[in-house]
Each structure stands twice: as structure tokens, then as C-alpha cells.
Design a protein around this ligand. Structure first.
Ligand SMILES: *Cc1c(COP(=O)(O)O)cnc(C)c1O
Length: 362
């Protein structure tokens, strides 16, 4: 079978152009050429995240930095805001790192609300919290700005935010939010191959890290800062990813960030409209739907037509497209369609007509 176009919520489809950028000849990672490359992309990354802090490049999937943030910043106890598979897992990961961790669990489909976070932090037990901006497993986007506003009330709590499936698709202004860590893997909305992550830290986060023992080496935030000051990384990075990231950033700014955000809103709306046209409801609570993917109920909840998700996936696959069949405990009860990355009205129309046809064959 030929290539299946990826409309799963990560990894997403990578363009030919990005692959060509990825496949350039290697240079030494301590060479002037590499430093020049990082010096070129650093201001672009800072503009993307609206920050004056340095943005770091990590050669790992997002989880590397997610775990690293725990190791670098938690001394007392971490509050894990949990509303789906990835955010639930972060609590488990914190405990595996030997940290004291407490869950703020809400039902899957619900967002994390600032009031609930406030109540927990008011106990004074916590020196860090983890939050996933866009919970990819449930298609729920939590109100990041409202939650981040609590930082003013709890300045000693480290606010660690995963924006893996929202960064580059919706505006996230790091300095304005006042949070401490913002991270993303590159295989979601960046539309780069998997295996690379970008993140940034507040000065307070670096100060906290300096007080913490057993930070390890590979994800030591102080090492990242020290090396980034020289346009380098602590260890040999995926240089291919750095080339591809540079190419991608040029594309972002050629399109314009605002235009990029607006395009994601439009392509997401197209998916929502498609779901509504077929009588499907969305899994997230109304008002908390993601802008980068749709997590669609299979119909059972609405009491209407119920589709067998594996069949829908198979029929879609036969037309060359891969969609996701639901994650974890909502596998089969939901399916997910991504509009992240390079997708346009034209490419979404191709997918949605394939889905229409699949629906007709069910
Ligand atoms: C995909 C995803 C992750 C995990 O990323 P890896 O690259 O597999 O480490 C974490 N958080 C969110 C929100 C994700 O969508």
C-alpha cells in the first residue's frame, strides 16, 4: 500500500519540503555552522513563544522534557492537573521520579478550571504544578490564561505547561502568561518528524533548579541554559531536526503567525461541521473543544446512529487516510481527526470527502 496521509493527532503529516530540509549534510554540533543555525532560529522561536527567554532544543520526545521538568523543579510536592491520558500519566511519571505528587482529577471530556487549581494551591502544600494545555486524548483545551493568572497569587509554585498539541497552532505568549516552563514535541502542530522537543523556562525556574539535587544530566535545565547562551545544546542534538525546524519556522513567518492561527481555527471548524452534518457530537464539554483536533463521539451518546470506529478507520484507510480510533479508555467510543500542522481547507476537504464516502459505505 502507498503512503497513508496522517490525520491522527500525532505524529502528523510531514511535507516533502520539510523532509528535504531534514536530509541536509551533517555539520559538527560544536561548529560555527551549527551555532549560526541556532542563532538564526533562536529569535524566531522567541517570537513564536512571545518570550525574551532563550528557547532550548531537546533531542527527545516531549516526555523527556516533561519528566525533566519534574526532576528539575519539584522539591516539595507537585499538583498534577489531570483530564485525559497524557495529563493523567504525568502524575505517574512524577511518582516514578520519586516525587510526592497529588492528582487534581476531572472527568475525561472536562477541562481543568482555574477555581479548582486555586483551591488546591491554597493548601500551601505544592511547589509545582503540571498542566496540559491541549489534552490530545480527549480533544479538550483548558483555559491556560485563567490558570496561569494564578501564578501571581502563588509565585513560589512552578507552573509547568505542556503545549505539545497546541504550540504554533494557537497563540501562547510565554512572558505574558508568566508561567515557568512551556514545552512541546515537534511531531504535532509543528509538523516535523518525531524525536525533538522545544521548551523554555523562566528565570525563577532556573533559580529553583539550582537548588535541586539529582537533576541528572541529560535534561538538566541549567545545562540547557548554559549551552543555549552559546547557541548549543548540552549533548549532540538531532542536527537534522534543527535543519527541519529552521525551514518550518521560515514557513510560519512567511505565512504569518496570525494567519497560521486563523487557518487552524478554520480547518478545525470544518471538521466540527463535518461531524455535525453526520449527526455526531464531540466528546469534550461544550466550550472546551480543542482547535487542533476533534475528538468525535461514535454516536452512542447521542442516541442516533452508532458507527463502528474500526470499520470507519478501515474504510478511510482504503482511501489513503489515517484517522485515530480513540485513546485509552475511550478507544472505540470516539475517533479523532487532526487538523494540525500544514493542513489547509483544500487538504481537509480531501479528507472529509473520503470520510463522507466511508460513512456512505458503513
Ligand atoms: C503526544 C503528546 C505527548 C507525548 O509526546 P511524546 O512525543 O510521545 O513524548 C504529551 N502531551 C501531549 C499533550 C501530547 O499530545
Amino acid at each position: 500500500m502507498g503512503h497513508l496521509k496522517l490525520h491522527i493527532p500525532g505524529p502528523v503529516e510531514v511535507s516533502e519540503k520539510t523532509f528535504r530540509a531534514f536530509c541536509q549534510p551533517m555539520v559538527g554540533h560544536r561548529s560555527q555552522s551549527y551555532k549560526d543555525l541556532v542563532a538564526k532560529i533562536q529569535p524566531q522561536l522567541q517570537q513564536l513563544l512571545a518570550t525574551r527567554r532563550l528557547v532550548y532544543l531537546a533531542t527527545s520526545s516531549a516526555w523527556g522534557v516533561m519528566e525533566g521538568a519534574i526532576r528539575n523543579l519539584v522539591a516539595k510536592k507537585v499538583l498534577n492537573c489531570m483530564c485525559g491520558a497524557f495529563s493523567d500519566k504525568w502524575c505517574d511519571v512524577a511518582r516514578r521520579c520519586g516525587k510526592d505528587a497529588e492528582a487534581l482529577q476531572v472527568d475525561w471530556g472536562s477541562p481543568i478550571r482555574a477555581e479548582a487549581v486555586d483551591q488546591k494551591l491554597a493548601t500551601g502544600q505544592f511547589d509545582a504544578l503540571t498542566l496540559i494545555h491541549n489534552e490530545t486524548s480527549t480533544g479538550v483545551m483548558s483555559p491556560l490564561a485563567e490558570i496561569a493568572a494564578l501564578k501571581k497569587k502563588y509565585p513560589d509554585v512552578m507552573f509547568i505547561v505542556d503545549a505539545v498539541s497546541s504550540m504554533t497552532a494557537v497563540p501562547i505568549k510565554f512572558d505574558e502568561l508568566g508561567i515557568d516552563v512551556l514545552l512541546a514535541g515537534t511531531q504535532k502542530a509543528f509538523a516535523l518528524p518525531p524525536g525533538f522537543a522545544v521548551f523554555t523556562c523562566s528565570a525563577a525556574a532556573l533559580a529553583r533548579a539550582a537548588t535541586i539535587r539529582d537533576r541528572g544530566y541529560y535534561f538538566d535545565f541549567l545545562e540547557f541554559q548554559k549551552n543555549a547562551e552559546q547557541n548549543m545544546t548540552p549533548s549532540t542534538p538531532s542536527i537534522a531536526h534543527t535543519y527541519a525546524l529552521s525551514s518550518k519556522l521560515d514557513e510560519f513567518f512567511a505565512e504569518g503567525l496570525e494567519q497560521r492561527f486563523a487557518r487552524h481555527r478554520r480547518t478545525n471548524q470544518m471538521t466540527r461541521d463535518w461531524a455535525a452534518k453526520h449527526g455526531f457530537t464531540l466528546f469534550p464539554e461544550t466550550g472546551s473543544e480543542s482547535l487542533t483536533l476533534c475528538c468525535v463521539n461514535n454516536g452512542a451518546k447521542a442516541g442516533g446512529r452508532v458507527v463502528e470506529v474500526p470499520k470507519l478507520q478501515q474504510l478511510t484507510k482504503e482511501q489513503g487516510f489515517l484517522i485515530d480510533g480513540g485513546y485509552g479508555k475511550i478507544k472505540g467510543k470516539t475517533f479523532r481527526i487532526s487538523n494540525m500542522g500544514d493542513e489547509t481547507e483544500a487538504t481537509m476537504n480531501q479528507l472529509l470527502s473520503a470520510l463522507d464516502q466511508a460513512m456512505g459505505q458503513l
